[in-house]
Structures are given as C-alpha cells and as structure tokens.
Design a protein. Sequence first.
Lengths: 896, 112
Amino acid sequence: MTRQPERRSPAIAIYRALLILLPEDMRERDGDEIDTLFADEVRAARERGTLAHLWFVVAAVWDIVRRAPYEHWRRRGRRRNEESTMRSFIADLRFAVRSFSRQPGATALIVLTLTLGVAANTAVFAIVDGLFLRPFPFPHAERLVYVNERAPTWNLEFTGINYPDFHMWRQRARAFEAMALWNHTSINLADDAGAERADGLAVTYDFPKVLGVRPILGRTFTADEDGPKPTRVVVIGYGLWQTRFAGSRDVVGQSMRINSVPYTIIGVLPREAEFPGNTKFWVPLNGDPNQEGLSYAFEGLARMKPGVTVEQARADLSNAHAPIWAAHDTARIVSPRVSGLREQFVTEFRVMGKALGAGALLVLLIACANVAGAMLARSIFRRREVAIRMALGASARRVGRQLITESLALAAFAGLAGTVLGRWGIYLLIVSAPDQIPGWVQLQANGRTFAFAMLVIVLTAIVFGLVPALQPRRADVAGSLAWGGGGTRSSVGLPQRRLLDALVVVEIALALVLLAGSGLLVRAYGHLRHTDPGFRTEGVTTFQLALPGAKYANGRAQQQLYSTLIDRLTALPGVQGAGIVSCLPFGCHWGNFVRAEGAPPPSANEANPVVLMRLASPGYFQTMGIRLVRGRFFAPGEGRPGGPRPVVINEQLARQLWPNVADPIGRRMGPNSRDTTGIRWMTVVGVVRDVRHYGLIQPMRPGYYLSTTDIDSTDSYGYFGVAVRSTSDPATVAAAARATVRALDPELPLIDLQSAETAVNRSIANRRTIAFAFAAFGAVALALALGGIYAVLSYVVGRRRQEIGIRMALGARRGQVLGLVVRQGLRLVAFGVLFGLPAALLASGLLSSLLVDVSARDPLTYLGSIALLAGAAILSALIPARRAAAVDPKTALSDG
Amino acid sequence: MSTDMKRHWFYILLSLADRDRHGSGIVRDVLDLTSGELRLWPVTLYGSLDELRGHSWIRELDTAPDADQDRGHRRWFRITPQGRRALAAELERMQTLVSVAQRRLARVGEST
C-alpha cells in the first residue's frame, strides 16, 4: 500500500526510475519508503522556491548514484561471508563423514562407546532427579516434615505416635503451621465384578491443610467430625472418584459402603493428595486424647512455619513433649522425632542413588578416555595431512575447527542414540525395582533428563575433542613433512604415545574401580539370595485377608472363618498344608514386652527390647517349613481362652529370657508389668528357628507365637495372613485359593497373593537393581578398557613395524615378539592397577552400607577383578601381537 | 568499538535514543539536532538503517505506535540495548578525545 504523492511531478518520476540502480532486495524492502520520503521532502523544498527545489532533486539523485555501488558491494561481501562460514562448516562435516566412513568399524566403536556412556547417565539421572532433585508435588514441600516417636531402649527407631502425645504437641508446639496424624487403613469395596481392596488413610482433620491441598469438590473433615466419637464421613480421592463414580459432580452427599457400613461422601481431593502413595480415600482418625494405655500406632506429618529449620522444629517438639515426660515417662524412654520428608521417604535410596550416579559417571569418563584415545591416535596418523593443510595456508584455528566439528558430529550422533537407549535404561531400572519407590515420586525421561543428556554430550565432546584439537597448534609443520611417509619411525610422537598410554592407564584404573564395586555388590547380592529366611519358600503361596468388623464382629466369628478356610484349603488336590498367622514374614509388626517368670521387671533406663508377637495356627509352622529346634508345635485345639497358654518362642527370645538355660521348655513368661496378679502366664512348649521377619537384610528381633485358638471372643483379629504349601504350580494354587475364599465370602478380596519366593525377592529388589546395574557398568567398563588396550597396542605395533622387522632379521623368534607386545599391554594394566586399586578401595567405602556378609576390602573380589583385567588384557593384546609376529622383515625394512 | 562510528549512524542512534521514529521522523530530528547541517538523504538513510539493523543496534517495530500521524510511513524503528551501548561507547570515545585535546590545548595556551 504505497502512498501516492498528490501530484505526479517529473522529479518524482525521475527519482523513482533511478532507484533501479539499487540492489533488488533493497528496492523491494525500502523502495516505497524511500519514494514516499523523497516525495514528502521534495514538496517541502518546492515551497521554498524553484532553486531550492532543483538543488534538492539533484542532491537526492546524487545520493542514489553515490550510495548504490556501496550497497551492491556491501551485499556481496555479506553473502560471501555467510557462504564461506556455512560452506566451510558443511565442508568440515562432509570431510568428517568421509573420513569416518573410511573406517566404519572404528567409527561405530566410538559412537557405541559414547552411546553407552550417555545412556547410562541419562537413565541414572532420571532416577536421581525423581528421587532427590525434583520437588515433591506439594506447595512449599520443603516445609513438610515427617514426625514419629522413638524409643532406643525398646530397640525401636520408630515406635509410632501415641495419640495423647500428639494432642499435647498440637497444643504446645510453636514451630508448626499445622500438624496431622495418619494411619494406614484399607477397606473392602465389593461390587458385582468382585471384591476389591482399597487403601486409604485415617487422618486427623487438618491433614489436607498440612499437605496444602484443597478439595476439588465438597469439603474435608471438621474438627468436630474428628472427635473421639466415630463419625461415618469419608473424603474420596481423584482415582476413586473417576473409577467408581465416573467423575460425577453430585458425588458429594452420596453414600458409600465401607466394610459393609454406609459412609457419607463429603468431598473429593485432587490426585496430588494421594500421599504417601496409592491413597484412595480418607476417613477421620477419631483419636481420643484421654485414651487408656499406651498405643503407638500413628505416623505424623507437619508443616513448619516459614523460616523454621528442621533442627528448630525438633527442639520445639521436644519442648512441647516435656509435660509428658514429667507426668509418666521420667526416664524419657519415648521421645518425638522429626525428619525432612525427603530424608524419611527416600533415604534408603540415597546410597543407591549415589552409587549409581558415581558408576554411570565412571562409565562416561572411561568412554571419554577411550574416545579421546581413539581420536588422538587418528590425529597422530593424520599429522601429515594436517601438516600439508597448514603448509597450504590453513590456519591452526581452521584445522582445529575441523577436528572439533568431527568430535561434535560424533557426540551429537552418540547423544541422540544414548538418549533413546537411556529411556530404555530407565524402564529397565524401574522394572527391576517395582514397588520399592513411593508412588508420588515420578521417574521418567522429561525435559530435564533431555537437558542433562545434552549437557553430558557437549561436555563429552569437549573432553574427548580437546586433546586432538590441541595437536595442530603444537604440530611442527616442517618436521612432520620432513619425516615423510606417515610416521613409520619409532622415534616419532613420543609425547603423543605417552598421552595415549596415560589415557589407557586411566581407563584401566577406572575400570578396576567399577569392576571391584560390581564384584562386591554382586557377591553381596549372592549372599543375600542365599540367606536363610528361616522358612522354606519352595511351594509356598501366601495372601492376606481383612475381615470387616461389621460381618465378623468378634474373635469367635473370625476364627470360625479361618478354620473353615484352612480345612478347605488343605482338602485341595496337591496341597500339603495350610496355616494362618497374624503377621506374615516381611509383613506387619506387633510389638509387646515380656519377661521370664521370676525375673525382676527392668528398670526405666535398662534396655527393654520390643518382642515380636504373632498368633499362629498349629499347621502354620509345618506349612512355612519353620524348623523346630526343641519341644513341639501347638497341638490341634491347644490353647483355649481361660485355659493354659502354650507359647512357641524363637531362639533369640530363648537366649534373651533364659540366657543360662539349655532347655527352656516348660518355663513360663508373662507381660512386663510390675503387678503380676491375675496375669495369664505363657508356658513354653517349643523353640523354633528365627524367621527373618523384617527382611533378609534387617536384623531379627526376639519373638513368640501364641495359638490362634487362644483368641478371646472379645478380641478382634480381622487381619490375617494365610500360607499354603502345595506341589502344584503357583498359578494353580493362586486360582484355587481365590476360588476357595470366594466360595466362603464373595466380598473378601485376597491381598498380596504371591509365592513366598516372590515375597523374598521383592524384599531385596533394591539390592538386585543396584547389583544388576553395577554388573552392567562393570562389563561396559571392562569392554571399553580392553578396547583401549587393543587400540594402543595396535598403534604401537604399527609404529614399530620397522623396529620389529630389524629384531626379527637379527634372529628374534616369533614367541619373543609376541611376548614383547603382550608385556607392553601388561605394563599398562600394571600401571592402571597401581592407580586403580587405592581408588577402588576408597570408592568401595561408599558401598559398604549395601554390602551384606562381604567386606568392602574383600581380597577375593579385588584379586578377581585384577585377574579378570589382566587376563582380558592379554587376550586383547594377542591380536596386535600376532600381527607383529607376522611382520615380514624384508617388507618392513624396505618400507622405511 | 575502538574505531570511529560513521557520522550518520551516530545521529540515527541519537535520534532513536529518546523515542521510536519512522524514516521521515529521523531525517527531521537529525536536521534539528545538527541545526540543518546534516541531511540524511533517503537512500543513505535506509541503507544505514539496514546496516544498523545488521549490527542489532536497532530493530524494526512490528506495529506502528498509536500516535502515528504520518500514516504513509509503515516502518518504525527502535534502538536496542546493544545500540544504546554502542552509542554510549562512541560518546565516551568522543569525550576522551575532547578532554585529551583540551588538556593539550590548555598547555599550549599556558606556554604561550
């Protein structure tokens, strides 16, 4: 939309015609504006008189004529500049591709090496990022702390929180904005499709406030609803809202049957509220500040006020707890404990994350050293080419840029491949550690992992590209040309040889660190796998049942179901036995305090370790294959409410209660109270092997079993584990168990139905993951180091062809030449071990907490790693050595 | 910038330093600034504007400001932070030049 001047004067016409002198792009872009500007100004000039008008037109035309050549020249220069930069980059790239494609094998090896390094780092970074770096999905998550109580004299780091204690804290503590308790609970949701188990939390009313979440619909509990009197209100989570109520907005006010009792839905919480993982609903905790007796059952979560540190919060809570100590715990046996949320939930992964991170970094470093060596060797062979280019006028900068372009091309290619492979690695790592990581920790490849991978790629390119890129600056052009034929003399390039040797020594040293580490971890995992759990896993299938109180009101009703279930399970074909227990191995914990009859109750400051109490049916021991050390198991029907109380104890409890008694059968034990009137003494009828109840790694506690028939009608043991031993395969047993339970009560879901073998494996899945990851790192490191040795020796043999030819001409035998080369390889290994061994010993200290039954200085592992390196080094040295031995003295000498 | 800035570049940057302008506005402002001594002829002006843009010292506005009275001029220009720095550097260079010259001339004055 050109603005036309009002009057078409001849001056304007001439001016416009002359614009043709300008470069085309300028005419196109600025022509109209120039035209308009001229028209405006020329009009003003005309008003000042004819002379002024004329002078103006001439000056403007002169402006075109004078400026036009400059504009043309300027554009050509610019184009040439752009073209030459671009053209030289493309030329560099094409040159790189050409020279790489001349050695496809070596190039593929370099790319593969880098790919592995980048992939390992991307995968490990995703895990580390999810666990330790990314903020938790709650507002100001850094102010959230985990609260519990501890009692060292009871041998308990976490006792659980006593409600009256919490009540006191909530009134007295000043460092917190809000503080809440929660307790895991689960319900049976039954519909036509079958029974389903849903996990939820019983929480104090301000739980959502602590997390900083607001309901999407409706409201959360009021303080009144969370009073000591139970209220039937429930808040559901996003997941349950979607799956069971199809996201309907009028869900608030509806009724939901929880364990066969109707509850009113008052609100819906968003997905991020599903703390600490997989929580589907919330009900009021209904704690009683005046409750009788000491029950430590709850976990706590608190939000600190802005600016308060965890230490301050800890001190504040101790202060708030003081009246409780004064009133009924003068020995201060139980005290509050406060820890950061991340510390609490991901601590067990910290060592693992560090170790994996260090391992991945080592792999990358080895990869860099390896590629730097390969590139250096290439650049040495290309000295002559570089020298010619520089003699023909290429600047050192230009040649350096060529080499950097090559590095970047390799790194970019490997980076892309590594990122793809890394995603796969993340998947592998997650699959091998299934339900160990809290659900709200997100592990996935995302923008951050990609950015990290890019950073790794660029750094990698710089590290391995720098060494050869520095070469041409130092290259002695004249010398290189004078030496002639591609460097066949052994005296050439000694500094480079040293550098190459150094790189390989570094690789071997780092590889030794990784090999030793992976050796230790794999051995530890092997030990762990063969740790006796205290029961026989073969053929055993376990599951749990939770009987709703509304249907199974008391111990009697519950017992009735269990005994029928055991009878029916035992009658199944292939089943050798079935039994029930209150807590399956790796399952729950039910603590108690006991003492031997006649022993004085412990004083307040004396260690008073908690004893694990379990209820077991007579068939449970045989079903699980728990070995009897002494005495007998329960007889069927033995142990009745009101009657004598038989007890089966484990070896630890026997040692603890009767340290100087060889045979504790017939001895009696009772609760650890001062007042012994009216207590039911328990008579030891059997001693069994310790079962690793808390996991294969964790130490066992003293424990005892009471008979399930001893359950009183006033008791309620709704939650029980069932074990079945069968000769059939696990899938058949699982299906049969499911059918049997359904026939008894179609609304009862089977929880954690799995083989005992699986349960054991799941309890050590973390250790398997890290052992597996390190074994992979170790294998890659070994392969890379061997590649390095091979490359150096090939290079050396190539350089020393002439010398070897002379030796052979002078009578050296084939074996001597072989030995010469292999010895060189072993010399590199020796230096690598010299540096690597102290580093490995130092690094394995980091792993010591992951090592079970293996010392971090286990000599066998270190010797094995060194032997493996040396053996493999000899093998990889043999190829160039044979090539050297095959040198024909005549041709080698005439080449010179 | 150690070398001298072209005179018309300097005045264009100076003109854009206080507000965005179109070509005609720059021409008039530079005439004002130099008391009519420097007239930017159209081809020189647009050629220079292109060069300044190449240095990223100015940029062209996507839309004309509201107070656009010269509706025929569609292209408006604005100085960039780099442009301001370049202008400041040039000013400093000129100031140094002036102060050096003044000191020397003052000494010459004393000795005579």
